[in-house]
Design a protein around this ligand. Structure first.
Ligand SMILES: *Cc1c(COP(=O)(O)O)cnc(C)c1O
Length: 394
C-alpha cells in the first residue's frame, strides 16, 4: 500500500535548495571540502569477519561492492529520491537501463502490459521484441483517454507504462486518473518522466508507482554523461535492487555520479533558462508563414493544454514543428544553415539541437517536414536570429 502521509512528511523537511546543496553531503568526513569526493573503488574492506558477515546480510544499506552500493552514487540517489518525493532511488547506467530494470522487475511469463503508443524507441523495442520472447505481451494504446486503459485491461495486466509527454508529438496522459484506475486493479504504474524532471512534474504525488529517467537529458544537462534513474517506494526499489539491479549490473560509475552531482547544482537555473527561451522562440514561430504546425504541451491550441497546465509546473524546452515546405533538399539546407542548433540525437544539454524527421523517413512520408527542437542555454536572441536567418531559405 502507498503511504502518502509518510512521503508528505518527509518532503516538508526538504526544499529544493536544501536537497541540491545540503542533503546527503557529509562534508566533515572529507576535510570540509565543498565538492564531494569521487569514491573510485570497486570493493570495501572490513576489520572483522563479523562486520563483513553483517554487511553481506544487509547489502542494500552497506558498502561491499560498487555494483551494489557506492558512497558517491548513493549521495546522488538520495538527492534524486528527495527531489521526486520518493522514498528511494536507484541510479543506473542509462535511461534504457532504467526502462529495462523497472519494467522487467514487474512482469513474469503470461503477464500483460498496457503501454502508451509511441513510447521512447527502446522502451518500444523491449515491449515488442524482447519481452514477447519471455511470454509477456503488450497492448499499445492512445494514452490521451482513460477509457482506452480501461478497455485494454485484462485479468493478466500487471503493468501500465506511461510517458507524459512523449517525444515528437507530446501527447499527455492524465496521471492522477490513470493511477486511480491502476490502484483499483492492483496494476503497477511506471512513467518515463525524462521530459519534465521532478521540478516540472511529480508523478508519485499523483499516485504513480515508479518514475524513471534518462538522466542523460536534463538532469546531467552537459551532454557528457549517459545515466538513468528509478524512483519509487522503499519496497519496490529494494525488490529491484536485490533482483534486476544486482543481476543486470547496469550501474552508474562513481565518476559519472559525481558529474551528475555537479550538474544537479544548476538544474533549476538551467531549466528556467531553457523554458524561458523556448516560450520566446515559440512566440516567434507560432505565426511564422513558413511553419505549418507546432506540437508543444503549453501551446494554447494544443487540445491537452488544460491538462498540461494542471499537471506540469512549467513549460519545458522541447517541441516539434512541421514546415510548410516539404522538399527534402530544402529542409536539409535549412537544418544545415542553422549555426547554433546542432543536428544530433538526445537533448537536455547546454546546446540547442534539432532532429529532422527527414533523416529517418523517406521523402513521401507525411511527417517528412517535422523537426524536433531542443532549446539549450544560449541566449534566446541569438537563437532567434539564427532561426530567422535560416527560415528565409525556405
Ligand atoms: C533518451 C531517452 C531515453 C533513453 O535514455 P538513455 O539515457 O539514452 O539510455 C528514454 N526516454 C526518453 C524520453 C529519452 O529521451
Amino acid at each position: 500500500m502507498k503511504n502518502k502521509s509518510k512521503i508528505k512528511n518527509q518532503r516538508s523537511k526538504f526544499n529544493q535548495s536544501f536537497i541540491i546543496n545540503q542533503l546527503a553531503e557529509d562534508r566533515e568526513k572529507y576535510f570540509n571540502a565543498v565538492a564531494p569526493p569521487i569514491i573510485q573503488t570497486s570493493n570495501f574492506a572490513y576489520q572483522t569477519v563479523d562486520e563483513f558477515t553483517n554487511a553481506i546480510q544487509h547489502e542494500k544499506d552497506e558498502h561491499i561492492y560498487t555494483r551494489g552500493n557506492n558512497p558517491t552514487v548513493n549521495m546522488l540517489c538520495q538527492k534524486m529520491a528527495a527531489l521526486e518525493g520518493a522514498e528511494d532511488c536507484l541510479m543506473v547506467g542509462s535511461g534504457a537501463a532504467a526502462i529495462t530494470n523497472s519494467v522487467m522487475s514487474q512482469v513474469s511469463a503470461g503477464d500483460h502490459i498496457i503501454s502508451v503508443r509511441k513510447p521512447y524507441t527502446w522502451a518500444e523495442h523491449l515491449m515488442t521484441k524482447i519481452l514477447p520472447r519471455f511470454g509477456v505481451e503488450t497492448t499499445f494504446i492512445d494514452g490521451t483517454k482513460l477509457e482506452n486503459f480501461e478497455n485494454a485491461c485484462t485479468e493478466k495486466t500487471k503493468l501500465i507504462y506511461l510517458e507524459s509527454p512523449n517525444s515528437w508529438t507530446f501527447e499527455l496522459q492524465d496521471l492522477a486518473k490513470i493511477a486511480e484506475f491502476a490502484i483499483s486493479k492492483e496494476i503497477t504504474t511506471v512513467i518515463d518522466n525524462s521530459y519534465c524532471t521532478a521540478l516540472c512534474q511529480r508523478p508519485i504525488d499523483l499516485g504513480i508507482d515508479l518514475v524513471i529517467y534518462s538522466a542523460t537529458k536534463y538532469y546531467n544537462g552537459h551532454s557528457d554523461v549517459v545515466a538513468g534513474a528509478i524512483c519509487g517506494s522503499k519496497e519496490k526499489i529494494t525488490q529491484i535492487f536485490h533482483n534486476e539491479f544486482m543481476t543486470f549490473g547496469n550501474i552508474l560509475a562513481p565518476q559519472n555520479a559525481w558529474l551528475m552531482l555537479r550538474s544537479l547544482r544548476t538544474l533549476p537555473i538551467r531549466l528556467k533558462q531553457s523554458s524561458e527561451s523556448t516560450l520566446k522562440i515559440l512566440e516567434y514561430l507560432k505565426d511564422h508563414p513558413k511553419v505549418e504546425q507546432i506540437w508543444y504541451p503549453f501551446d494554447e491550441s494544443n487540445p491537452q493544454f488544460c491538462l498540461a497546465e494542471q499537471q506540469m509546473k512549467m513549460p519545458m524546452g522541447m517541441f516539434t514543428i512541421a514546415l510548410k515546405n516539404r522538399n527534402v533538399a530544402t529542409i536539409k539546407r535549412f537544418c544545415e544553415s542553422l549555426h547554433y542548433f546542432l543536428i544530433a540525437v538526445s537533448w537536455g544539454g547546454h546546446e540547442s539541437l534539432i532532429m529532422p524527421k527527414c533523416a529517418f523517413v523517406d521523402e513521401n512520408d507525411s511527417q517528412v517536414s517535422m523537426i524536433r527542437f531542443y532549446i539549450g542555454l544560449e541566449e534566446a536572441d541569438v537563437l532567434l536570429e539564427d532561426l530567422d536567418r535560416s527560415l528565409k531559405i525556405l
